[in-house]
Write a protein that binds this ligand. Structure first.
Ligand code: GLY
Length: 654
């Protein structure tokens, strides 16, 4: 069945868009990996573009328009559901401790949306503020909504409008063909629709090479002990990045940290301690209120801190992500603009400022190159020419990047650069690993790497070859990231981690590898560790957040083929991340064998570079990888102890 519009992401943005689409006559379906982890529920619900001092003019417009829609929008949702969203135009008070940096020129003291209150006035206006506060700004047009109540209301509205929400179903990969999305792969199968909307917040980067990262926020909640018919605090207090948000039912939310720690969950004492200290200094009576709850969430942040909204490089794909600190605030305007775009083909000029292409340093878009079916990957050509539904393969997805080729190659050991270029081409590979140290030291063949390959089409996988310890490998990984940036791959955070103290067998150090992997994951790298075929180590590396594991078939450059089959099988069976077999493959039959076992990909260098005719061998490896993968997908016939005639005897004449 082909759906009308498939919305990937069931947070506030996905739900709001679904509602607007439905009201315009479309039939949206939502898939949501886990509603509970959406930033929606973590947010304090501030609607505060003035207090947050949004300075980008287009963003300011977007935020102001959204804030002005809020009352009507929440009323509409409340009427649909009979629930309360807690919308409250309560204003924001931003106290200051000293005038330095806080006081604008006198002509700008009071503008239409903010007013300066001096010490006496501010303390009169709001009793209980910290004694050191000498004045502050009053932002009357800002306000709040109870984001958890809003989340419930949106879910209920979606239900009452008959919109299907498939909760617990995440998108695993997006399938594209000739600039159209042709399906979304999920754990329960392929979903197909006429149009697709990506509203996956901080997780957007897992599906597309969009520069969206998580920025963690921790928060906590206390409750006033006074009678709530006369709340002690009737407005939001906001200072720096700390805010105190009172709810009408007596809860007070205190937020929020702002951390670059990837998707590390949980609350940490150090951040909670800091929030409490800052909160208490602004509003000391907080210290006596009962502490009720802590939580954390992930804001989706882009490099310019602005959202990614509107059309994409596929005709039938729309982006609505990267709302950073303003997802709750921007829900009404985002849903209105995106629904108009999809249903009425009406693109508000404001959307131009938030187009994903502002981040594209590579042209044509590396993403469409990486997912294009018009490349030298024979599997996809075969698939296109025959019965696609029966043999369509899912693409290889590593740390959110989608690759149609499952063969990776390297740049080492070639006789000359031209030969290496031909081989990369013939191999059909989209990922080439490069030894950062060899580039640094201008080892022959690595002097002109920038020009040698087309880095708009090839994804660089910097490796830490030559590093004997975890410390060295970490340092080289950072250099590798810079190297990829210099070549125009701004968002390339991949590193092939090699920690190899032993120069005779070149076997990796499991302890050093695990230690370095853990640290690099925390630093935001997509780590692809080279390991011995050790199932326990593979599991530990997966647990610390590695993007793949790269077990060896036999020692590097030995060409001994598959010597680790039994362990490799266990690794493949247990891995939830791609298994890329690296090292030891000597011939195409071995490459095919490893793929038939169910490896997700292969890395082959020496077997190509050291053959008599490297370009021919590169092509043979390309075909073998594809054949092995196709055979794995097709399913091998069972082995039998006895013969079974190919032509059955039933129905023959005696
Ligand atoms: N809008 C407040 C925050 O993101 O912390």
């Amino acid at each position: 069945m082909t759906l009308d519009v498939l919305i990937v992401g069931g947070g506030i943005i996905g739900l709001s868009i679904a509602i607007e689409l439905k009201l315009l006559g479309a039939s949206p379906t939502i898939i949501s990996r886990d509603f509970k982890s959406a930033a929606t529920l973590a947010s304090a619900g501030m609607l505060a573009p003035d207090a947050e001092q949004i300075s980008d003019p287009a963003m300011q417009q977007l935020c102001w328009q959204s804030r002005s829609l809020y009352r009507e929008w929440t009323c509409k949702l409340e009427n649909l559901t009979g629930l309360n969203t807690g919308y409250w135009s309560c204003g924001v008070l931003a106290p200051v401790y000293n005038l330095e940096n806080n006081l604008p020129p006198s002509c700008d003291l009071n503008s239409h949306n903010r007013y300066w209150l001096d010490g006496e006035v501010i303390h009169k206006c709001q009793s209980g503020l910290g004694k050191d506060i000498i004045g502050g700004w009053w932002y009357p047009e800002d306000g709040q909504v109870d984001s958890r109540a809003l989340g419930k209301t949106l879910l209920s509205a979606v239900q009452s409008l008959g919109i299907e929400v498939k909760e617990g179903i995440g998108a695993e990969a997006i399938l594209e063909e000739q600039c159209r999305v042709v399906g979304v792969q999920t754990k329960t199968g392929l979903l197909q629709a006429n149009h697709y909307v990506i509203a996956t917040g901080a997780w957007a980067n897992e599906l597309f090479p969009l520069p969206v990262k998580p920025k963690k926020g921790q928060m906590l909640q206390v409750r006033v002990t006074e009678n709530i018919s006369s709340l002690p605090l009737n407005r939001i207090l906001f200072m720096g990045n700390t805010y105190i948000v009172p709810r009408k039912d007596g809860r007070i939310i205190i937020g929020a940290s702002s951390e670059d720690v990837g998707f590390t969950p949980h609350n940490t004492p150090v951040e909670i301690q800091e929030l409490l200290a800052l909160g208490i200094s602004i509003y000391p009576q907080l210290q006596d209120y009962p502490l009720e709850d802590f939580w954390s969430g992930f804001r989706p942040v882009t490099p310019d801190e602005l959202p990614i909204l509107g059309s994409s490089y596929c005709d039938n794909l729309t982006f609505a992500t990267g709302h950073y600190r303003n997802g709750i605030l921007l829900a009404p305007i985002t849903s209105r603009l995106i629904a108009d775009l999809i249903c009425k083909q009406k693109s508000d000029p404001l959307l131009d400022n938030f187009h994903y292409s502002r981040f594209q340093t590579l042209s044509p878009k590396i993403s469409s190159v990486l997912t294009s079916t018009k490349n030298s990957n024979p599997l996809l050509s075969i698939v296109n020419n025959t019965h696609q539904t029966s043999i369509t393969d899912t693409p290889l997805v590593i740390a959110g990047k989608v690759f149609s080729s499952r063969l990776m190659t390297g740049t080492g050991k070639y006789r000359c650069i031209e030969e290496m270029q031909k081989c990369v081409n013939k191999s059909g590979c989209q990922i080439v690993t490069v030894a950062v140290r060899r580039v640094q030291n201008n080892v022959p063949g690595h002097e002109s790497l920038a020009e040698a390959l087309d880095w708009e089409k090839i994804w660089m996988l910097p490796n830490t070859a030559g590093c004997k310890t975890a410390e060295e490998a970490i340092r080289v990984a950072f250099l590798g990231r810079e190297m990829a940036k210099l070549l125009g791959q701004e968002d390339n955070n991949f590193v092939k981690l090699e920690v190899i103290p032993d120069s005779k067998y070149l076997l990796p150090d499991p302890f050093g590898t695990l230690e370095a992997a853990e640290k690099l994951v925390k630093e935001g790298f997509a780590v692809l560790p080279y390991i011995n075929a050790d199932p326990m180590l593979a599991k530990r590396l997966e647990e610390v957040g590695c993007a793949t594991v790269m077990p060896l078939a036999s020692p590097i450059g030995s060409g001994q083929g598959l010597q680790t089959a039994i362990n490799l099988q266990i690794i493949i069976e247990n891995a939830k991340i791609p298994v890329v077999v690296d090292a030891g493959i000597g011939s195409p039959s071995e490459a095919a064998q490893v793929m038939e076992m169910g490896s997700d990909a292969l890395l082959v260098n020496s077997a190509i570079a050291l053959s008599d005719n490297p370009p021919a061998m590169a092509y043979a490896m390309n075909l073998a990888t594809v054949a092995g993968r196709m055979a794995y997908s097709a399913g091998r016939m069972p082995m039998r102890s006895y013969a079974s005639a190919s032509s059955p005897l039933t129905g023959t004449i005696d």
